[in-house]
Design a protein around this ligand. Structure first.
Ligand SMILES: Cc1cc2nc3c(=O)[nH]c(=O)nc-3n(C[C@H](O)[C@H](O)[C@H](O)COP(=O)(O)O)c2cc1C
Length: 183
């Protein structure tokens, strides 16, 4: 059996998310047995339980990072999780091999649309550089990225736009679950 860990890095999934909340909810039923690591729920004070997080990572075969793109990178809560948990001797360094061979999938939502990112030099992949470099350092395999573009928080008060975002988030979750099951 493949053990899947879904790390939800939205800092306010519980009360200020539409896309990530929908995706995480859908994934819990689409990937039965997956461990959902909802960081905002576990660590509202940003004080990460390093041993607990390392144990969850060690038990996983596939790690899905689910987060909204904030200022072109990981939100601070997910950044803090990486900084605290991926330490020398665990994830890297001569004795740090706990993550080697695991597969990493990046599922990221954005406010801007696909056309905005395809017009950028290097396209959307440039915003995945930290995840890819982290895989190279730790021996994880970068298994792929699934962006969901154009789900801006700015449109949430428009009922039709909101319904469309929920629907596209559901479809995204289904695509992601299919992708993970094929790994
Ligand atoms: C602090 C902040 C920074 C953001 N930075 C970006 C960004 O750099 N690029 C982008 O396309 N969208 C950006 N957005 C929009 C979010 O990515 C978008 O609202 C989110 O993916 C929607 O997911 P949610 O409904 O789960 O919050 C930002 C939003 C916030 C609140």
């Amino acid at each position: 059996m493949t053990n899947v860990l879904i790390v939800s890095g939205h800092p306010r999934l519980g009360d200020d998310s539409l896309a990530n909340k929908t995706i995480v909810e859908e994934l819990t039923s689409l990937i039965p047995g997956a461990v959902v690591d909802q960081l905002d729920d576990l660590y509202p004070d940003y004080r990460i339980d390093v041993a607990a997080e390392q144990a969850k990572l060690a038990a996983a075969d596939v790690i899905v990072l689910q987060y909204p793109l904030w200022w072109y990178g990981w939100p601070s809560l997910l950044q803090k999780w990486v900084e605290d948990v991926f330490v020398r001797g665990f994830s890297h360094g001569s004795t740090g091999t706990a993550l080697a061979g695991k597969k990493l999938v990046v599922s990221v939502t954005t406010g801007a649309g696909e056309s905005y990112y395809s017009a950028q030099p290097g396209g959307f992949d440039r915003f995945l550089a930290p995840a890819m470099a982290t895989c190279a350092l730790t021996g994880m395999e970068f298994a792929g990225s699934l962006p969901l573009f154009g789900v801006s928080y700015a449109n949430r008060t428009d009922e039709a736009a909101r319904a469309d975002m929920v629907e596209r988030s559901r479809e995204h979750a289904a695509r992601l679950a299919k992708f993970v099951s094929a790994l």
